[in-house]
Design a protein around this ligand. Sequence first.
Ligand code: SF4
Length: 442
Amino acid sequence: MELKNFTEDKNIIEEVAKGSIAEELEIEPGDILLSINDISVKDIIDYKYLVSDDYVVVSIEKKCGDIWEFEIEKDFDEDLGLVFTNPLIDKAKSCRNKCIFCFIDQLPPNMRETLYFKDDDSRLSFLQGNFITLTNMSDEEIDRIIRYRLSPINVSVHTTNPELRIKMLNNKNAGRIYEILKRFKDANLEVNCQIVLVPGVNDGKELERTLEDLSKLYPTVESVAVVPIGITKYREKLQKVEPYNKESANELLDFIFNKQNYFLKELGTRFVFASDEFFAMTHTELPKSNDYEGFPQLENGVGLMKSFEDEILTELKKIKTPINNNKRYILATGTLAYDFIVKMKDKILEKIHGIELTVIPIVNRFFGETITVAGLVTGQDLVAQLSSYDNIDGIIIPRSMMKRDEEIFLDNLTIEDVSKALNIPVISSEVEGKSLIDIIKN
Ligand code: SF4
């Protein structure tokens, strides 16, 4: 994820929402929030917690230096309408681990600086759903999560075996994860967990133990996602680890299906879910939508393909009579999702006639061929591998190939750069059925 502007120490107000309480009180951009109820506001979590009341006392320093104090009566959850220059108010916390599977440690040199930032911040977990390890938190900070009821919180567990976790994260503070999660359970918080699986390290008996431990914390721990380690070609100086292959991924899926059956009986939920990569790698049929139980870990790549398929089928159902479109498009994806996208293409062709859709799996030469997901395909790989195509009306790529807030690939090429180099329009589609079908229909 991208982070920027974490440089200001003061809570400078950047914007005041139209029609808000703050506007009515003549609070202006450039003013500074000093305190709420006499408590200084450390970050956005403090702010959100402190304003959630039907009576608040807000202290503001005006641009001219005057201090204004307001007593405000409002609805409990009504916001004041303030937007701050820095979204977290203070600096985002970086991690103190050196995980054996860390993707950031396996990045090539000379990428944009923000990509090397290792965040591990509970506020980002709460605000944006980032996964955190809880290894850089003091007891006071854990207390704050509990006191403010910051929930749901996404936790990277990997293993509940303290010695193994210390080894995997290369951090002596990593061993107390279960103790902290038990505190969250006592406080009735909601937690989603992930396990990055490294073959021969935290799978097998270790995974069995971790799932058994975490299941004891249900329903505080609502779900556990199991995702495979990603290995790039840039890890010569790092510990040797093995990637998943078809055989080990099949074994893992069998294990997860067995555990799901067990947990269904014991807890009434499948509780643990394998990420889409395991299904794609082994060409295993995707579970039914209901088996994802509301898709609790979609952002983590668990059930993303199934939910995308559902959306595409729903959109196609809306087309009562087949429509014609004589365009020629390329659907560019990572090698992992190739079979799946071909299947979707066949469904689309049943309802949209005349169109030519060619699915091209882009081999990841930038990070190495073991990286197969579409989200890590770069602009230069698109250019190199699509340059022989002509008479194409457009190349459709998933939006996940680009930065969250800008149309820029991981290698800093923009969508225009790629379009110009190929002399073909490049169109990004959100990873949702409606977006893709709308592009193809038009
Ligand atoms: S927690 Fe581990 S995987 Fe995440 S950024 Fe830090 S070192 Fe990398």
